[in-house]
Design a protein around this ligand. Sequence first.
Ligand code: CS2
Length: 490
Amino acid sequence: MRLSEAELTQLPGDVTRPGYDRAQVTVGVVHLGIGAFHRAHQAAMFDDVLAAGDLRWGIVAASLRSPTVREQMAPQDGLYTMLVRDGAQQSARIIGAVQKVLIAPETTGELLAVMASPDTHIVTLTITEKGYKLDPATGALIEGDPQLAADLASLDKPQTALGYIVKALSMRRVAGLEPFTAISCDNLPHNGSRLYAGVLELATRHDPSLAAWIAAKGAFPETMVDRIVPATTPQDIADLAQRLGVEDRAMVKTEPFTQWVIEDRFCGPRPAFGAGVQLTGAVAPWEEAKLRLLNGAHSGIAYLGGLAGLAHVHEVLEKAEARGFVEQLWDEAQATLSPPPELDIAAYRKALMGRFDNPALMHRTHQIAMDGSQKLPQRLLATIAARLQAGQGIAALSLAVAGWIRWQAGVDDLGQGFTVDDPLAGAIGAALADAPDAAARIEAVLGIEAVVPAALRGDAVLRKALTHWLTVLETKGALAALALCKDVAW
Ligand code: CS2
């Protein structure tokens, strides 16, 4: 038996159910890229709005490719459990905000129609860094990408999120409607501006007057999104079935912490958001602190812990050398930030370590290690550039980057092989293939323009630091490198 509307009344009493009549909800939000993160983050926040009585903010969520999420959610009437785990504590809440799941390639017309509907005021996106089809280092459109090339040629059947947005905005314009507010919820630097630039460029290629209309009337607020949402495992689903008495294949597991900082720049109506959402004039300082502290440390933990053969984040942090390395990386990153007055960095770091330590999340190092080429520029390389420019040391930051380079070999320190899951894995592998030693490998990687910003490509300090660490990683392993980091002065 699956979770569904009909089963809601049968659930155990301690499970929180949607506190509103789902039949009365109308769709005000379209979400592109429905994965676990959306379900545990924005969807829960729109669910709060519905529960507070404003029923205009139901969600139609689309998967741009795979039909998996529909198979998980459609038989469950769009319902799923958000399981919040904190050590031995856990609480279960059924989220009812998602009204329908569409698979973009199969239901292109329906998806565009709902995006162009007068009731839709917000389009949110979690399509991962690579989904924007923008060069990670420069933010320029990757015109060679086959799906983007198709959308540049014709928007009759869009292939990319940018294509859907441009096409739907053009339909709204023709219908005499205002644009929707498009909100990127991915960990990209200046995510709103990047989305805007991509949309505007694509619109310009098709119809400069459409681009002018979008520029004049549209809104693409910057956001900072934060919640750790590890991938659900079959064991999680089996355990929850024991607890609920029904099976929920769309469940998500997450931590208590949740935060969404949104630039207060909407071009149409927006809901009165509840707890966890902050509207602000300037997102950049929040975003930079989060990307450089949380995500920067996460990537370092993922590569170095993963190379040491450790499966989960909290297990990596049980090693004193890894904890020391994270603190050192934070010391380095912290000096590059201009945090907003409300953000107490010392308290933030302490809380962050506690979040990483949460043993109930079982957050896999290999999950975070994915798509490193798309993540490194904003998480580690920008921080390194800022420190080098200020004449400051980069011991821990450069070790994290060297960990990513070592990762490309596809084998950990225990000799276990793995697949490097990254859209640029082929290109990076080819660049590394003929490099005879660590110095040559560093040279090859520093030449990858899509990832390494121009300012760092010829930097002698960085080259030396990376060569040192890659040599240590290749000869002594990740745990030894982590232990050595504290003694390095550069
Ligand atoms: C993680 C993020 O997978 C990753 O790359 O660093 O998903 C991280 O868990 C979130 O950004 C936390 O807000």
